[in-house]
Design a binder for this molecule. Sequence first.
Ligand SMILES: [Zn+2]
Length: 226
Amino acid sequence: MEGNNPILILTGFKLILYIFAQQYLKMGIYKKTEEFQPEAIDHLSNHVKGMLQILGEDTSREGLEKTPSRVAKSLGFMTKGYDEDAVEILKSALFVEETNEMVVVKDIELYSMCEHHMLPFYGKAHIGYLPRKHITGLSKMARVVDVFSRRLQVQERLTMEIKDAIQEALDPLGVAVVIEAKHLCMMMRGVQKQNSSTVTSSFNGEFLNNLATRKEFLNVISTKLS
Ligand SMILES: [Zn+2]
């Protein structure tokens, strides 16, 4: 099936699944739970309070009263990926499927924090794989992106970690991940380049060895269906 027109790759049931996944991702229904360890949050709040004071703020003024604990909780949420296992998540919805047609989930929203400045970077991830024997639930791809995004990251490593987790869980013939993101550390400070975005990619297996397969994937992610 290599070298097919990308529009023909997603036919019948798979196309319906694909469209459903796109809608699902857009609506962002997947659960965002907030679980915090009170002790860690308290400890972190104290540090945030100290930081505000060093910056010259009056931490007793009304607007800042609850800021330390809010910041601590939001940091807790944005780094909760450390406690999550992407391979487990993918394996929790593993199906045997005799297909070797490319599966692509594109435009997955992504929010992460750069490990150099602890400032956000955000954008989209596009993931493709060629099943060998197993496929996984499409929404699991979005969860894998979250698991690795909700850590201190660099975009290059994030891209590879997503690819490696899919490889380990599904043992497909190949995995392709492309991420395009804007980095606030470049936009708000430093070189102050507002319109630049960074694109990283990571391929293995068929996507690395077979130029036609790689092109097919890149075509699918750059084609607008609607
Ligand atoms: Zn940075």
